[in-house]
Design a protein around this ligand. Sequence first.
Ligand SMILES: NC(=O)c1ccc[n+]([C@@H]2O[C@H](COP(=O)([O-])OP(=O)(O)OC[C@H]3O[C@@H](n4cnc5c(N)ncnc54)[C@H](OP(=O)(O)O)[C@@H]3O)[C@@H](O)[C@H]2O)c1
Length: 236
Amino acid sequence: MADHMIIMITGTRTGIGRALAEHFLESGHQVVGCSRRPATIDHPNYRHHQLDLADAGQIRTMFRNVRGEHSHLDALINNAGTSTMNHFMTTPDEVSRRLFDINFFAVLNCCREAVKLLRKTCGATASILNVSTVAVPWALDGHLAYSASKSAVEQLVRVMSKELAPFGIRVNGIGLPPVPTVLTRSVPQRKIDELVARQAIQRICTMPDIVGPVEFLIGQQSAFVTGETIFLGGVN
Ligand SMILES: NC(=O)c1ccc[n+]([C@@H]2O[C@H](COP(=O)([O-])OP(=O)(O)OC[C@H]3O[C@@H](n4cnc5c(N)ncnc54)[C@H](OP(=O)(O)O)[C@@H]3O)[C@@H](O)[C@H]2O)c1
């Protein structure tokens, strides 16, 4: 990775987003984060924006403020997301729509706004990284809306990588198996164990497993990689 990057990460209040933000701050980078609730990170190189990513107007306002502070961005990590576990027959329409608003449309809107700053990165390529899930390749029952919204994100990765290559912007994804966070705390341990047993590497994914691949995908070592979603743990 370059010595000093400006990295925007969505969903930095808890979980994977927070851990990534803290890692990049410790490594000397600047991080712009966001969530609905107030920041849980206190660091001189960290700036937090409070918004609901389901609201496109609030996303535009956030990026207007980011452009006021930064002349460019090196990377956008679309991490914020939510899930629901329910049989599709009993999932209300508004739950599925809200899920798509956060997991897909917010990603699309953040990409559109971020490109204005990513294309101004000098020299090296800038990049977008989107977080996906094993619920897509495994077509997990009970996760129809969640996995469909993340399938849409994986298609976004493929199409956008072509549309943004002329601007020097790479677009990739990282597909995660279960990780112990707020998102998974209501999932029964038996269910988590079943999922871990399906991985080629049969142990729970932790933050150090994620940091390396994320650094690779947003750094210059992957300057010739775009349009890919890389899954961790061996899920095929
Ligand atoms: N944990 C896993 O096992 C796992 C597995 C595969 C993929 N993933 C993916 O990894 C990503 C991060 O998940 P996580 O496990 O770290 O979840 P998490 O701990 O629940 O964190 C989600 C973050 O997103 C923010 N957020 C949620 N909805 C938002 C909204 N509408 N507007 C703004 N911010 C919002 C939350 O803050 P606020 O509540 O303050 O808004 C929080 O900071 C998600 O995309 C998830 O699908 C997770």
